[in-house]
Design a protein around this ligand. Structure first.
Ligand SMILES: [Zn+2]
Length: 285
């Protein structure tokens, strides 16, 4: 039962309900989409395959459609099928950063999409690059560009060809302010740069139906700009990535420990905090 996605529904009421997939009555991974607004966790794992969690990924369901995808970790292909995600539905795929446990499932989803008959364009947004890491556009080129690893999917990136057009947005990770990603008719998306050692990384704020969802991504205690930008913003749901303790011998500057996550959530005035991106060494702590 642990392999099922976790359903967190946000009915248009004051309280969010959290269904526990370990409980028999919540065993239907396709129940989530029946809510007018819901977030469904596709993968709650981290980079180490030490249990049966898929890599990081979340879906925002709006009126029965999987409109926003946040991260596409390994295992996304299976989880999207279990949850009933249709490739025609997303407006945008948001990548928090280009580590394999967050973006490694993207080629499989795009390959799947080539069978979908989708005509509408799709936005993929993610961080700009650095000296050592590619920008999101370079990442897509390396995967599905004409000179990339899967060139048969390259018509996603050009105007000709049968596949729907993907518009790639590189978001500036050197800015401290809140940046608009997309102002769709029924959902507003903003990005905030976060500190994740040397990796250009982003948090995302998604606002729809009067609710505010904050996806913090992988971030360390050095993400002071994030704390400033989200102070007292009162997200209805905030997702933080649980990763490591600050015990001796643990790396610094990659992730927050439990205390630091709590402080960031409290500063934002978070109504409900969801911990995800788990590894055994963090869960044991
Ligand atoms: Zn990471």
């Amino acid at each position: 039962m642990r392999s099922l996605p976790i359903t967190i529904s946000l009915p248009l009421l004051l309280t969010a309900c959290v269904s526990n997939p370990l409980h028999e009555s919540a065993a239907d991974p396709q129940a989530c989409k029946a809510n007018p607004l819901a977030v469904q966790v596709m993968g709650s794992g981290g980079p180490i395959a030490d249990d049966d969690r898929a890599g990081a990924g979340n879906i925002v369901w709006i009126d029965g459609k999987a409109r926003v995808i946040v991260d596409t970790g390994p295992g996304s292909f299976l989880r999207h099928a279990e949850a009933g995600v249709e490739f025609q539905d997303p407006y945008v795929i948001l990548l928090t950063h280009l580590h394999g446990d967050h973006a490694g499932g993207l080629p499989g989803l795009l390959n799947n999409g080539s069978f979908s008959g989708r005509k509408d364009p799709l936005i993929i947004a993610g961080p700009d690059g650095s000296e050592n890491l590619p920008a999101t556009s370079e990442f897509l080129d390396a995967l599905i560009g004409a000179q990339g690893a899967f060139p048969y999917l390259s018509s996603y990136l050009d105007d000709a060809g049968p596949l729907p057009k993907i518009t790639v947005r590189n978001i500036n990770t050197r800015r401290d302010d809140v940046q608009a990603v997309s102002g769709l008719t029924d959902v507003t998306i903003e990005a905030i740069s976060v500190h994740h050692l040397e990796v250009p990384s982003l948090a995302y704020v998604i606002r729809t139906k009067g609710k505010r969802l904050l996806f913090s991504g992988d971030q360390s205690f050095l993400s002071t700009g994030f704390v400033e930008a989200t102070r007292n913003s009162k997200p209805d749901l905030m997702f933080m990535h649980n990763a490591i303790s600050m015990a001796d011998g643990q790396p610094r500057g990659l992730h927050r420990d439990g205390r630091s996550m709590g402080e960031a959530a409290a500063s934002a005035g978070t109504k409900k905090l969801v911990l995800t991106h788990h590894m055994q060494r963090a869960l044991d702590d």
